[in-house]
Design a protein around this ligand. Structure first.
Ligand code: EPZ
Length: 437
């Protein structure tokens, strides 16, 4: 277990480039199984979750290596359709590999992903969609066995716009016979990026970013070079960092439109928000104003992945704010940790009532999950005194070298690794144990 020690009080000031998007990279890496030629991915972030996905692809027989900053994946060498249990459990979003493994090998075998720190994470919509495409699915012994030698395009109606289920069906439909139409599809920008990658590989996908996505099945795709979009959640996290430390941060190489919902909230808090084509700047001189009511919604609503970070900001606002979490049923674990730092909040089912305090104080806290951990980093940067955050390996699932980024913006942070084996140390640090050619 590794930890951060943060010294609060410094204003975050400066410019930082957005990293590649974790939630675009993961489905795109799953999609590489659909083609038997090498693909070159640019701007693929070096993260623990990406490292785990690459190890899963290698276990299926794919060849994976870095060439400078580019990531090369050659799935022409893939031969295995059984997903490894430990790695697939560690990376529960690997469930959308079902669609691409099934399409490639006519069968797929995966462990039931199970729940995680933020909720039960059911996969009923994934399995319902695959069955609509004529896949046979059996669930036994904690594993899912899929057969699909003859996937046929169909209309797939989702009762909820699930991001992962939308991605899974897009992947399974690319080489199915005939057309698939997904209705009530998720509209997240990462799905638009997946469509961009699939079309670069010669598949025929349209409508991503809207609730209706059409996929025209084709025999085979081909290799491609593709640049992964910038990470909108990491962008938003550092912009909230400016607001909570009364700093002035510009995030470059990002897509401002993808953080519109957050920018509206930061303006409402009294921040000065400016944007141009690929950069956003947030400056704050005063204590943030309270925000009556915010609720998380599927895109373009306020993103659940920025709820914990906004929670930290509202914890030092000049009044009481209400924050409702509609997407996941257990995504307020950071609330109790913030209380250790002097925050005042009450959780009533899916709603948090947050009474802002003038200033938080340092404490020893635990990162229970990825975005909750990022929220504690922001709180620690604004607090009086030192804050120690345990289990930062959970934060490093989604943030590339967060300690270096904070230092580059003028914050004070030290990272400490407890004595763990080299293997685990490498994995946790987000480095990928990949050959470089
Ligand atoms: C993706 O998770 C993201 N992960 C999550 O980011 C993000 O919070 C989430 O979408 C919502 O935007 C990746 O892209 C790797 P969902 P996913 O399926 O696909 C219910 C982060 O911090 N549901 O849209 O799992 C589910 O229980 C992570 O980067 C079903 O009921 O999200 C949840 O309540 C956290 N049945 C809701 O839908 C299903 O079959 C949203 O889940 C699938 C989902």
């Amino acid at each position: 277990m590794s930890n951060f020690t943060l010294r609060g009080g410094a204003r975050l000031i400066g410019s930082i480039a957005a990293q590649g998007s974790k939630n675009a990279a993961l489905p795109i890496l799953a999609a590489t199984l659909l083609v038997k030629e090498p693909v070159r991915l640019k701007n693929c972030p070096r993260l623990r979750d990406v490292g785990n996905m690459l190890h899963i692809l290698e276990s299926l027989g794919c060849t994976v290596f870095r060439e400078g900053d580019d990531l090369i994946v050659d799935s022409g060498t893939a031969t295995n359709c059984v997903l490894p249990t430990a790695l697939s459990r560690e990376l529960r979003s690997s469930i959308f590999l079902l669609g691409s493994v099934l399409s490639r090998f006519a069968e797929a075998d995966a462990p039931y992903p199970g729940g995680c720190e933020i909720g039960n994470r059911p996969i009923d919509l994934h399995l319902q969609g695959l069955r609509r495409l004529n896949a046979e699915i059996a669930e036994r012994g904690g594993r899912i066995h899929c057969r699909g030698a003859n996937l046929i395009g169909a209309i797939v109606d989702f009762e909820y716009p699930s991001v992962g289920a939308t991605e899974n069906i897009m992947l399974a439909a690319c080489r199915a016979k005939g057309e698939t139409v997904i209705r009530n599809a998720a509209c997240e920008p990462e799905i638009v990026d997946l469509q961009g990658f699939l079309n670069a590989c010669g598949f025929r996908v349209s409508g991503a970013g809207t609730p209706t996505i059409a996929i025209e099945g084709v025999e085979e795709g081909h290799g491609a070079t593709y640049r992964i979009m910038p990470d909108r959640i990491v962008t938003g996290t550092y912009l909230i960092g400016a607001a909570i430390t009364r700093g002035d941060v510009t995030v470059t190489g990002t897509y401002p439109d993808t953080v519109d919902a957050l920018l509206a909230k930061l303006s409402a808090c009294g921040c000065d928000v400016t944007r141009d084509k690929q950069a956003v700047r947030v400056a704050a001189k005063d204590r943030p104003r309270r925000i009556d009511f915010t609720e998380t919604r599927p895109y373009p609503g306020f993103p659940t992945d920025l709820q914990p970070q906004l929670f930290s900001l509202l914890s030092v606002a000049d009044g009481t704010s209400i924050l409702k979490e509609n997407v996941f049923e257990n995504r307020f674990k950071h609330a109790q940790e913030l209380k250790k730092m002097g925050a005042e909040n009450r959780i009533l089912d899916r709603a948090a009532i947050i009474t802002g305090v003038e200033r938080l104080h340092g404490a020893n806290v635990i990162a229970h999950d990825l975005r909750g951990g990022a929220a504690l980093v922001l709180a620690g940067l604004s607090a009086e005194g030192d804050t120690v955050i345990e289990h930062i390996e959970r934060i490093e699932r989604g943030y590339e070298q967060m300690d270096l980024a904070i230092k580059a913006l003028g914050g004070t942070v030290a990272r400490k690794d407890e004595r763990i084996g080299k293997e685990e140390q490498t994995l946790r640090a987000g480095a990928e144990r990949l050959p470089v050619r």
